[in-house]
Design a protein around this ligand. Structure first.
Ligand code: NAP
Length: 537
């Protein structure tokens, strides 16, 4: 299933750079680069890896198999380019055969989840085999963390979703949305209807701080906070109260930075994004002026990554809380280190008992932990332990951004310490016996814990699918007793509000149309009821 480049090609050659077999031309070094309407894929050499589609900023690269209507002509246009320039063609038939020898034809695989890891796994299966894929997701809309996790002002990152949409639209894909495994269908039933089940269900629980006062109103985990501003139907619009000029966030990873940036951003800037309307209003009303990120270790051990730190929008000053240990670490920072990124930032000595000054600032404080939260029902202050001993700081909002945990799936083993589904190379393993659980696979954060951005899931999915196909080739999978049609019938019976591909398309149209009307990428529907109503239209 090779790819073709279509009309919206911007010819910026992002695809050329990532193609592992150099099958996209003209390249920037070739004389006709910049003089052709679009770039072209040589379908005879394309290995279907999809790297070009991922890299394309204009979502112009699609599998030939899914081109429809007016787009079909692009398969011919791509081919014609190489027919006219035989020297340009990679004069070999596909050398990187990806279809594994011995893998039985006609596999049927259920993929649970529709986030990046699940979707990469499905895409790999569709590209490398003739398998049918049934996506099962507990929400009526696909996307997982791409929709509910990636910050709303990171529109470019969210565009990866455009490259995922062909996976959902693929002729061998079926969508079963608004279906929860363990509630509407069991793992055993999934296996009765499929050769294998791949769980890409992420890490939906917040890790807990384990401090006194953690359950006060006003203390929230990052998962809840991020889901709230992203309009995840599982978090009500009034779940987070943005109240008070200073907010504390525990942890200094990229999620902590996302949260700080969103809370501190000019609401007019956020208004052009797909942020949930309830969050935009709360942030506008709340008028947070300072977010303090509390790192338990020193600046050199910061968890944020360089691009995230360096792309704070104008209007937010990044400062470092001054103390002897931090100053020493910054002054001795090795070139290129994370500490070096902060060495020239203004250093401040904050008095957390008084209100922050004017302007909006993000304060990175190191060597500090929150040891208790206080309040009578609602958060009133936190005790921060650090270089100056224990300091009580008044605040109404504390976000703990210290990572996430997976959730157990009924019928499968679970490693409660690590918060993952125990596995070897993606094959689910029962720790009690050390044996593989037949037909069960895992991918993404449910497999390896909550580390790594979207791209890391691609490699992770490749590993899991390779494991699955090896098992298929070695006859370790049991052919399903029941058909794909029987599976659709079962789910229609169990979930009267089942959403399938037409419903997903209708929701997408509704949100994008609403966004167009107000100059935003989309206006999100934030309850299951609203999503279902849009899906029925
Ligand atoms: P993370 O990068 O693992 O950061 C977790 C933070 O919490 C660290 O500062 C860690 O400190 C701290 N922490 C952990 N346990 C703690 C405890 N008990 N008490 C106090 N502090 C504690 O996690 P994340 O920010 O949730 O991000 C998850 C993954 O998603 C990362 O790989 C991240 O890069 C990725 N992501 C990427 C992007 C992007 O590229 N745009 C955006 C969002 C997320 P220690 O270092 O001391 O353990």
């Amino acid at each position: 299933m090779p790819f073709a480049i279509t009309q919206s090609c911007c010819s910026d050659a992002s695809c050329v750079e990532v193609c592992p077999v150099d099958c996209i031309h003209p390249t920037p070094g070739e004389p006709d680069f910049g003089h052709t309407d679009i770039l072209y894929v040589d379908a005879r050499a394309c290995i279907d890896c999809g790297a070009c589609a991922d890299a394309c900023p204009a979502s112009a690269i699609k599998p030939i198999e899914i081109l429809r209507g007016g787009e079909e002509v692009f398969a011919e246009l791509n081919a014609a380019y190489y027919a006219e320039r035989p020297d340009r063609a990679v004069a070999k038939e596909q050398t990187h055969a990806r279809v594994r020898p011995g893998v039985p034809t006609g596999l049927r695989v259920a993929v649970v989840g529709t986030g990046p890891a699940a979707t990469y796994a499905a895409r790999e299966l569709l590209a490398a085999t003739d398998a049918d894929v049934s996506f099962v997701d507990r929400l009526p809309v696909p996307g997982g963390l791409l929709r509910a996790g990636v910050a709303p002002d990171h529109g470019e990152t969210k565009r990866v979703g455009d490259t995922f949409s062909w996976t959902y639209e693929h002729p061998r894909t079926s969508l079963f949305m608004n279906v929860e495994v363990g509630r509407h269908v069991s793992h055993a039933e999934l296996l009765e209807h499929h050769d294998a089940v791949v769980y890409g269900i992420g890490a939906p629980e917040d890790r807990r701080l384990g401090i006194e006062g953690e359950d006060l109103d006003g203390v929230h985990g990052s998962t809840e906070t991020v889901s709230w501003y992203n309009g995840d139907p599982e978090v009500p619009g009034d779940a987070i109260r943005v109240d008070g000029a200073r907010v504390f966030v525990v942890g200094n990873g990229n999620v902590a930075l996302d949260i700080a940036r969103i809370l501190l951003s000019d609401p007019d800037r956020l208004a052009g994004t797909e942020i949930a309307d309830h969050a935009l209003e709360a942030i506008r009303r709340g008028d947070v002026r300072e977010v303090v990120l509390l790192g338990r270790r020193g600046p050199e051990e910061s968890a944020f990554t360089r691009p995230e730190l360096l792309t704070l929008p104008d209007g937010i000053e990044l400062v470092v809380e001054d103390d002897a240990a931090t100053a020493a670490a910054l002054d001795a920072a090795a070139p290129g280190s994370k500490a070096a990124l902060l060495a020239d930032r203004r250093r401040v000595r904050s008095d957390w008992s008084s209100e922050p000054g004017p302007g909006r600032r993000l304060v990175l404080a190191f060597g500090r932990r929150v040891v208790a939260a206080h309040g009578d029902g609602s958060l009133a202050s936190v005790t921060v332990s650090g270089p100056d001993g224990d300091v009580e700081a008044p605040t109404r909002l504390l976000v703990s951004s210290i990572g996430r945990r997976g959730r157990a799936v009924p019928g499968l083993p679970f490693d409660a310490d690590r918060g993952i589904i125990p596995n070897a190379d993606g094959r689910v393993v029962d720790p009690a016996t050390g044996e593989a659980v037949p037909g069960a696979y895992v991918v993404g954060w449910a497999k390896r814990g909550s580390t790594g951005g979207i791209g890391a899931n691609r490699i992770c999915a490749g590993e899991t699918v390779t494991t699955l196909l090896a098992d298929a080739a070695e006859h370790r999978l049991t052919r399903p007793a029941r058909s794909g049609r029987a599976f659709a019938r079962l789910l229609r019976k169990r979930q009267p509000d089942l959403v399938q591909a037409p419903g997903v398309r209708a929701i997408e149209r509704h949100e994008v149309d609403a966004g167009r009307a107000s100059g935003r990428p989309r206006v999100k529907l934030v309850t299951v009821e609203e999503l279902l109503a849009a899906g029925r239209r």
